[in-house]
Each structure stands twice: as structure tokens, then as C-alpha cells.
Write a protein that binds this ligand. Structure first.
Ligand SMILES: Cc1cc2nc3c(=O)[nH]c(=O)nc-3n(C[C@H](O)[C@H](O)[C@H](O)COP(=O)(O)OP(=O)(O)OC[C@H]3O[C@@H](n4cnc5c(N)ncnc54)[C@H](O)[C@@H]3O)c2cc1C
Length: 380
């Protein structure tokens, strides 16, 4: 067992840290307040090669491993999870689904521009009445011969507006249940697609979230991902890797809050001494650090399994559940350590706490992760 990172992994971590601490920090509070998309920062994210970072270089990707992805996600999420969610959905969901399940033609047409960051990808599974129970898809994709006719509504879609390519799940054979679902690559500009208003969210306010309506949208047959009826498997397998992204995002939010709490406890005095000299505060910091470190190991273990070509489904569920839950705990304690100042926008920790909450909800709630983990324990 080797706990050391390679030189390349350390370089990627440092590049992500520099980008976050130098660029993202400058306007993160303002963008959060205005719910403004980080358009300019996305250009730097592309220059860094972080959009498409795991894709094979033969499709213009960065060819970086999943461990590097975790390191970059943590650093960016310490400062701005609204940016890291775009990065996570793009890499783990959109690029992965096409690279893993796409035909060569689909890769040439869609993966290459996605992997170079020329266009952004989104993942459309959730519906107003199909969230945790994603198998009860109501959006339909009727087989019309050489195309599918799509009708329905997806909601809470990250990068719905900034994205050009959608990975869409829809039901083709309702009588077959989840085995009737198909996955498609859909161009956002297709006739019949309309977006709802930008969601006014609690956290990750500067990421782009909309509902997406499909009215008689024609999707060419060659845009189906995988065999007929394979769409639910595409979605579930893709989300296994997505969880590594969101787990590392939660880790970054927690470690960012811990760093801020440590710093503040050295600056602020109460009862004649710095906060950290009160053992109650020092012990809080210690508890927070243990949780952050454990979450880091979970994330890296899941990433390492993926890089080794081993099964990482349960490991990524454990990473996501644990990292998301401790992100909520650690950010709440960080606000507590900041006292009244923690409740003001200026000190960042209240925003980190709002961001942490979302990691317990999307890409499978914490309860859904427990379903996955417990099923794996109980199967014969
Ligand atoms: C900001 C944001 C961005 C998002 N981005 C995307 C995206 O890009 N693409 C996409 O497809 N989706 C996206 N989502 C949707 C997200 O994945 C869903 O909200 C999530 O899966 C939960 O579904 P739901 O909201 O319908 O809640 P429900 O499924 O209705 O769940 C409500 C509550 O019940 C619990 N629950 C449900 N079933 C069970 C059970 N069997 N046992 C125990 N507890 C249960 C849940 O854990 C939750 O606490 C996003 C959501 C948000 C808020």
C-alpha cells in the first residue's frame, strides 16, 4: 500500500489550489449573492484541462487518473463548489457516459468537443416525480423508426443552460419498467427543448440549475447510448463515478471550512486568550480534522479502485455518504467556532454550510447511499 501521490498528482493538486485561491476567491461571495454563473472562471478551468481531465488523450482529454480528479475537486470545492459541480457533472457524468458507453462515431462527434472543454455537458435523470426512485421515469422516448420522439420534463438540471450536450434518460418501453429506459445524447439546441427559470437555490447559487422541458423533440436513432433498454444501467453505472466527484466536493467543502476555523481560532480572542487555547474549541477542531481525514481516505480509496479497474460502486457510495454527512457537521462546527461572524457572509463558512447541504441530496441522497451500501452487505 502506498500513501504517496505521484509528482503529476501533486502538480495537478497545486494547479487546482492556485486557481481556487488566486482566482475563484476574488468574487465567490458576490457571485453567490447574485446567483451569477462563473463564465470567466470556466475559461481558466478549460485552460487547466480540468474539463475532460479523465478522458483518453486520443479524444482530446487530459488522460489524468481519478485520484488526480479527487485532488483537484477538493481544492476547488474548498473555495467554490458552484464551479466544482459543473466540473463534476461534466467529467464524471457527461464525458464518462459517452466514453464508456458511446460508439466511436458518438465519441468523435461529442466526446472530443466535451473533452477539450469546447462545450459543457449535463446529465438529465431527475424528474418532478422521479428523484430517488429514478426508475419511474415519465419522460418518454417513442421509437419512430429512424428517430425517437421525446416528451417530458426533467428538473433540477445542473448546467442545463451553459451545457450544449445532454445525457438524457427516458422511457421507451413502459411495460418493461426500468429495463425499458434508454439513454441518449441530445443536443440542447434541438427543436422542442425549453428551459425553466434559473432555480433560486440555498447554496451553490452560482451554478446553473434549471428544469428542462421536451416537446416532440426528435432525437436521431444513432444518438442512443448502448443497446435498447440499457439506459438505466448507463445512468446507474455513470452515477457510481459521479459519486466520487460529489464525495470529493463534500470533502473540499469540509476541509475548506476546517482551514478557515483553524485560522479564525488563532486570530480571535475570548476571555483573554485565542480561541484555540480553549480546549473545547481545540477538541472541536480535532474532531473536525479526524472526520475530514477519514472522508479523504474514502474518496481516494474509491478513486484508486476505479483507476485499478476494480469495482468501486460500494466504495463510492460510502465515500459520498460519509463525506456529505461530515461536510454538514464540519461546516456547522466551523460556523459555531466563528460565533456571530460565522453567520455573516464575509467569513465564507455560512456559504460552505449551505453548499454542504446539497452534497447530501444530489446524485443520490445520503439515504439512497445507505440503500446501496446495505444491499451490498445483505446480498447472498
Ligand atoms: C441543486 C440541484 C442540482 C441537481 N442536479 C441534477 C442534475 O444535474 N441531474 C439530475 O438528474 N438531477 C439533479 N438533481 C436532482 C437530485 O439528484 C434529486 O433532487 C435527488 O436525487 C433527490 O430526489 P428528489 O428531490 O425527488 O427527492 P425524493 O426522492 O422525493 O426524496 C425525498 C426524501 O425522501 C428520502 N427517500 C426517498 N426514497 C427513500 C427510501 N427508499 N428510503 C429512505 N429514504 C428515502 C430521500 O432520501 C429524501 O430525503 C439536482 C438537485 C439539486 C437540488
Amino acid at each position: 500500500m502506498n500513501f504517496e501521490f505521484t509528482e503529476e498528482q501533486i502538480m495537478i493538486q497545486q494547479a487546482a489550489r492556485d486557481f481556487a485561491q488566486r482566482d475563484l476567491i476574488t468574487d465567490v461571495i458576490e457571485r453567490d449573492a447574485k446567483a451569477e454563473f462563473p463564465t470567466e472562471h470556466m475559461k481558466n478551468l478549460i485552460k487547466l484541462g480540468f474539463l475532460g481531465m479523465n478522458v483518453d488523450p486520443k479524444y482530446d482529454g487530459g488522460g489524468m487518473d481519478t485520484v488526480s480528479y479527487v485532488l483537484a475537486m477538493e481544492e476547488i470545492s474548498k473555495i467554490d463548489a458552484s464551479v466544482s459541480v459543473v466540473m463534476s457533472v461534466h467529467n464524471s457524468l457527461a464525458c464518462y457516459a459517452i466514453e464508456k458507453f458511446g460508439t466511436e462515431e458518438q465519441k468523435q462527434k461529442y466526446l472530443i468537443p466535451l473533452a477539450s472543454g469546447e462545450i459543457i455537458g449535463a446529465f438529465l435523470l431527475s424528474e418532478p416525480e422521479a428523484g430517488s426512485d429514478a426508475s419511474s421515469q415519465r419522460t418518454t422516448a417513442e421509437d419512430m423508426g429512424d428517430y425517437y420522439l421525446v416528451n417530458g420534463t426533467k428538473n433540477f438540471i445542473t448546467s442545463a443552460k451553459c451545457g450544449s450536450i445532454y445525457i438524457l434518460m427516458a422511457q421507451t418501453h413502459p411495460e418493461k419498467g426500468h429495463k425499458g429506459i434508454n439513454a441518449f445524447i441530445v443536443e440542447k439546441d434541438s427543436t422542442g427543448i425549453t428551459l425553466g427559470p434559473h432555480e433560486d437555490k440555498m447554496g451553490m447559487r452560482s451554478s446553473d440549475t434549471h428544469s428542462v422541458m421536451f416537446t416532440d423533440v426528435k432525437v436521431p436513432k444513432e444518438n442512443r447510448l448502448g443497446e435498447d433498454g440499457f439506459g438505466f444501467k448507463v445512468a446507474m453505472k455513470t452515477l457510481e463515478g459521479g459519486r466520487i466527484g460529489i464525495a470529493s466536493q463534500a470533502l473540499g467543502i469540509a476541509s475548506g471550512a476546517l482551514e478557515r476555523a483553524i485560522q479564525y481560532s488563532k486570530e480571535r480572542k475570548a476571555f483573554g486568550k485565542e480561541l484555540y487555547k480553549h480546549q473545547a474549541i481545540a477538541f472541536k477542531l480535532s474532531d473536525m480534522a479526524v472526520k475530514v481525514e477519514a472522508a479523504r481516505y474514502f474518496c481516494l480509496k474509491a478513486a484508486w479502485l476505479k483507476d485499478m479497474g476494480q469495482d468501486y460502486g460500494v466504495a463510492s457510495a460510502m465515500a459520498k455518504q460519509y463525506a456529505a454527512d461530515i461536510a454538514m457537521e464540519v461546516t456547522t462546527e466551523a460556523v459555531q467556532i466563528h460565533g456571530g461572524y460565522g453567520y455573516s457572509k464575509e467569513y465564507h463558512v455560512e456559504r460552505l454550510m449551505r453548499e454542504a447541504k446539497l452534497t447530501q441530496i444530489y446524485e443520490g441522497t445520503s439515504e439512497v447511499q445507505k440503500i446501496i451500501i446495505s444491499r451490498s452487505l445483505l446480498k447472498d
